[in-house]
Structure formats: C-alpha cells, structure tokens
Write a protein of this length. Structure first.
Ligand SMILES: NC(=O)c1ccc[n+]([C@@H]2O[C@H](COP(=O)([O-])OP(=O)(O)OC[C@H]3O[C@@H](n4cnc5c(N)ncnc54)[C@H](OP(=O)(O)O)[C@@H]3O)[C@@H](O)[C@H]2O)c1
Length: 271
C-alpha cells in the first residue's frame, strides 16, 4: 500500500519522531498540524537528515470540528493508506471549544472520531488506523454520559484519561463495524515530551527529577510504528515490544456501542 500516512500532532514529541521514522522507511507522510510554522520547521529539519523524504504538511486543529472537516475535504480518495491519531492534549482547565465540547475531549476523542469517519469512504481496504492511548485509561472507567464533562466534573488527569479511554472504545467499535480496516492501539508508556509538563509550579522540578527517567519520544513511538506497518487484523494493543490482545478490562462491546451512538448524536452537525 503506497498511500500517504497521516500523522496528527507532528510538530514535536512522538509525532515528529514518527514522521522521521516513517520517512526513513521510505513512506510518504502527511503531517496534520494546527501550527503550520512549527510543522514546517520539523519538516525542514527532517529533510536535512533525509533529503529524499516525501513529507507534506496540512492544517488540522482538532479543537475545531470545522477545521477537521476542511482537512478531510482536502484528502483525495485513495491517496491515504493510514492514519496515526497521535495528537493529544491535557488541558489544565475546563475550556469549551468553539463547538461547545470540552477541549481535552475534542482533541483526543471527538476530533479523531470525526476525522476517521469523514475519511472512511476515501480509504482503501486494509488501511491502518492507529490510535495513541495511555496507561491512564485503566484508572478511568467511562460511561456515555461522561463525554462532555462540566466544569464541576472536570479534573485535568481524569478528564484526559477518560478521553483516551473513549478513543480506545471508538477503535474497538470501529474495528467491529469495518472489518476491512486494520485498527490498532498503541501505548507509549511514559515519555519525556512537552505533554508531561502539566502547567503546574512543580514542572521545573519534574524536569530535573522525573523527565530524565522517562522514555525518549523516539523510543515511546516504537509500538505505534509497529502497529502502522503490521499486517495483523484488528485489534492489537501495542505496548513495549509486544502486540497483545486488548486487555480484558477494556472489553465491553455494549458500552462501545452506546458510546458510538451517543457520539453520533453529539457530532451529527459536523458529519
Ligand atoms: N508523553 C507521554 O508520556 C504519553 C503517554 C501516553 C500517551 N501519550 C499520547 O501520545 C501522543 C503524543 O504525545 P507527546 O507525548 O508526543 O506530546 P507532545 O509533544 O505534547 O505532542 C502533542 C502534539 O499534539 C498536538 N496538538 C495539541 N493540540 C492540538 C490540536 N488542537 N489540534 C491538533 N494538534 C494538536 C501538538 O501540537 P502543538 O505543537 O500545536 O501544540 C503536538 O504536536 C498524545 O496523544 C499523548 O496523549 C503520551
């Protein structure tokens, strides 16, 4: 399959590391980023090391569902062979997007959900959809009533964990509804990227005491890279060097169906 791989959030951290690794494998990539200046700088930097890399940049802001629609509209049918849902955010405060969704849920869940659904008719059979999840998912039981946390329900880490858990549920249901796709999950472990700066007073301390013991982005993204080139059918959970069955704690097809149906109701105006 020679189509381009879309990598969301490719301006740094694991997204940039993924783009470089895919380029080194000779794969064409579309870097889907909200900040085009940062994306171009990453592209130029990679081209310095890999001059033959085939890298395009596209504008995608996952906190704006009309931006997701415009991005998807610009994709030629058959031109894309995979999507790596890498972009993510841990909002410190309860912020509502222009569409009225809580920001962490919009970037980590609703944006990727709509992007995938809008691109489905343009993807070839066997296309790979890989989503970056997190070990925090295990601490965040989810119900369909939790997709739009109010200010009172909001907590920085719990909301992030629930948004990632929703992305996991989406992947499982997507695989059930579209057995022609290869839908996989990747868990990078704990990676010393910008993401673990939570915007608190203790961040500088964590930079000294904690970050040196975290994985580098290039190491953390390895499970996702393996998922992006696998020929295995859906759905495997890539973590460390393993490609495991999805942990039993996440298996609840009825819940996945309810979350999918609730999401359709919420995002219907943008579909
Ligand atoms: N770091 C960890 O320990 C860890 C653990 C488990 C899972 N993960 C997941 O791994 C993925 C990559 O994280 P990372 O550690 O590499 O973090 P990172 O360096 O902070 O990268 C996050 C990326 O997401 C992009 N992004 C943020 N908001 C966006 C929006 N509204 N629209 C489009 N893109 C947006 C950022 O773009 P800007 O440059 O424009 O901000 C950046 O490119 C995330 O999904 C994260 O949740 C990370």
């Amino acid at each position: 399959m020679n189509g381009r791989i879309i990598v969301t959030g490719a301006t740094g951290g694991m997204g940039a590391a993924a783009v470089e690794a895919l380029a080194a494998q000779g794969k064409p990539v579309l870097m889907a980023c909200r900040n085009l200046g940062k994306a171009e700088a990453v592209r130029t930097d990679i081209l310095r090391r890999i001059p033959e890399a085939d890298l395009q940049v596209g504008k995608l802001d996952l906190s704006s569902l009309s931006s997701v629609r415009s991005f998807a509209a610009g994709i030629e049918p058959g031109s894309v062979s995979g999507i790596f849902h890498n972009a993510g955010v841990i909002s410190k405060k309860h912020i509502l997007t222009e569409d009225g969704f809580e920001n962490t849920f919009s970037v980590n869940y609703f944006g990727p959900w709509i992007l995938t659904l809008l691109l489905l008719p343009k993807l070839p059979a066997g296309a790979r959809i890989v989503s970056m999840v997190s070990l925090t998912c295990r601490f965040a039981p989810l119900k369909e009533s939790m997709l739009q946390p109010s200010e009172r329900d909001f907590s920085q880490l719990r909301t992030y964990a629930r948004a990632k858990r929703a992305l996991l549920s989406f992947s499982l249901e997507l695989a059930r509804r579209h057995p022609d796709l290869r839908v996989h999950l990747a868990d990078p472990g704990i990676v010393g990227s910008d993401m673990i700066d939570l915007g608190h007073w203790f961040d500088p301390l964590a930079d000294i005491l904690f970050k040196p013991f975290c994985k580098t982005p290039s190491k953390g993204v390895q499970p996702a890279l393996r998922a992006l080139s696998t020929t295995e059918d859906s759905t495997r959970y890539y973590v460390g060097k393993a490609a495991r069955a999805v942990p039993r704690r996440y298996l609840d097809p009825l819940l996945d169906k309810r979350i999918w149906e609730k999401t359709v109701l919420l995002v219907n105006p943008w579909l």
